[in-house]
Design a protein around this ligand. Structure first.
Ligand SMILES: [Fe+2]
Length: 366
């Protein structure tokens, strides 16, 4: 995710102390919450495939590329990379090559940064052309981009893009808040055919329709697999992002998610979900691990180096996060500032007074 204003804003919010005031009935805790992340260890490898998840590697940052190169080799393992690997094709290919050396299976879905044309614009006709070339590169590298069964586990990558109407909560008024075009680089460094516009639903619907050609594979997975992980770059539900008044860019929810994505997820996992349903996402750089309406939603972003320094759990030690081993999903939810917050606090989007750590950056309209 790249929001130009207050570029460290997303991680900054994870440091604030907020006093829980009541229980939240929207987010369920399916299992016990622990404050200690217990990564899968080598001792746990004897009982089959392990699945690690991560997103937002942003390996154009040398620190992040070094982190990827420093990962240990994991036998019988799968890694799901939920988008925003790198801005340039060279860094993308290098990153995925390194991951292929370390994991038996590497899965990928594209994020917005992967489709930016800022640095190697002359190589592509547009962002869709770059998408084709990224997928071709994945094919050559052996990186998987289609629904597949690995050791009895169904893994389903889902294409998506955001649309403004994903945001169904009240806007913050009374402050001078920059427009989406000013705040979000995607509007300037992605290039789409005239029929597709990110401020409407056409781009989100187009990306959603790319999943249709894989749907017979999805049906096979539903018939054959008791456990299924789906994953996307973008956010499927607004409850998986803090409320606007807490965000350094309060209009962030307009450029993060897709309702069509949540419809896809529910058609895979069912309206009520189950204990064997999980969806992994990325993009906002907020660590998340919570069960909402029966599905476990997880975000484990590497994020920018400056964000990691401010994050509650750092991120270099416990990533990539092991979500599945021994034929089951990780028993305990991992501690994440905001998903923990919403476990005990209800969403109150009707309150539109900016949080004190945000309001100081904005001018009131008189
Ligand atoms: Fe992103």
């Amino acid at each position: 995710m790249a929001v130009c204003f207050y570029s460290n804003c997303l991680a900054f919010t994870q440091h604030r102390r907020i006093v829980p005031n009541s229980s939240c009935n929207k987010v369920e805790r399916r299992v016990n919450l622990t404050r200690v992340v217990k990564p899968c260890t080598e001792a746990e490898t004897s009982d089959g495939t392990r699945v690690f998840v991560m997103s937002d590697l942003h390996t154009d940052y040398p620190d992040n590329m070094s982190w990827v190169k420093s990962l240990s080799q994991r036998t019988e393992s799968v890694v799901l990379v939920a988008g925003d690997v790198a801005e340039t094709m060279d860094n993308f290919v290098l990153t995925m090559s390194v991951l292929k050396d370390k994991f038996q299976h590497v899965f990928f879905v594209p994020g917005n940064h992967d489709l930016w044309l800022r640095r190697d614009k002359s190589h592509y006709l547009g962002s869709l052309d770059k998408l084709d070339k990224l997928l071709d590169a994945c094919g050559r590298l052996g990186v998987e981009t289609k629904p597949t069964i690995v050791d009895g586990l169904g893994i389903i990558p889902l294409y998506s893009w955001y649309h403004e109407s994903f945001d169904g909560e009240r806007d913050i008024t009374g402050y001078r808040i920059p427009s989406l075009e000013m705040a979000c680089k995607d509007f300037h460094v992605c290039k789409w055919p005239d029929r597709l516009k990110s401020e409407e639903t056409s781009l989100a619907l187009y990306f959603d329709s790319l999943n249709d050609e894989n749907w017979s594979r999805v049906k096979d997975i539903q018939r054959q697999c008791s456990h299924i992980i789906s994953f996307s770059h973008f956010v499927p539900r607004q409850e998986l992002c803090p409320e606007k008044r807490m965000l350094f860019y309060p209009n962030l929810p307009k450029i993060i998610g897709s309702k069509y994505l949540e419809t896809r997820i529910r058609s895979i996992h069912g309206a009520e979900g189950s204990a064997s349903s999980c969806h992994v996402f990325g993009h906002t750089h907020f660590c998340w691990d919570a069960v909402v309406d029966g599905i476990r939603y997880v975000q484990s972003p590497l994020a920018y180096p400056r964000e990691r320094k401010r994050r509650m759990n750092g991120g270099e030690d416990w990533l990539p996060f092991c979500i599945y081993s021994g034929g089951n999903f990780a028993e305990k939810l991992s501690p994440c500032y905001w998903s923990d917050y919403y476990t005990v606090n209800p969403r109150t989007p009707e309150i539109t007074q900016l949080a004190p750590w945000v309001s100081k950056y904005y001018t009131k309209i008189r």
